[in-house]
Design a binder for this molecule. Structure first.
Ligand SMILES: [Zn+2]
Ligand SMILES: [Zn+2]
Length: 73
């Protein structure tokens, strides 16, 4: 019979650097593409009115969804 304790130890050993953020733990915001702001609408001259991105709250990057900010999965 297999010992469950052994299995848990092995799981920790296979932790590897996250492929998405490359170990940074953070990834560029996909909503604003890393700009920190998005064009909400245009003014009467057709100029975009920028507003803070709701995805990253203006931080330009978000916690990596793949590794949860760990940098490792
Ligand atoms: Zn954003
Ligand atoms: Zn990651």
């Amino acid at each position: 019979m297999w010992q469950h304790k052994q299995g848990a130890k092995k799981e920790e050993a296979v932790k590897r650097r996250c492929h998405r953020c490359r170990g940074m733990g953070r990834a560029p915001c996909e909503i604003c593409k890393g700009a920190g702001e998005v064009a909400k609408s245009r003014d009467i001259y057709g100029k975009p009115i920028m507003t803070r991105c709701n995805g990253c709250f203006g931080l330009k990057s978000i916690r990596c969804a793949v590794c949860g900010g760990d940098g490792f999965v």
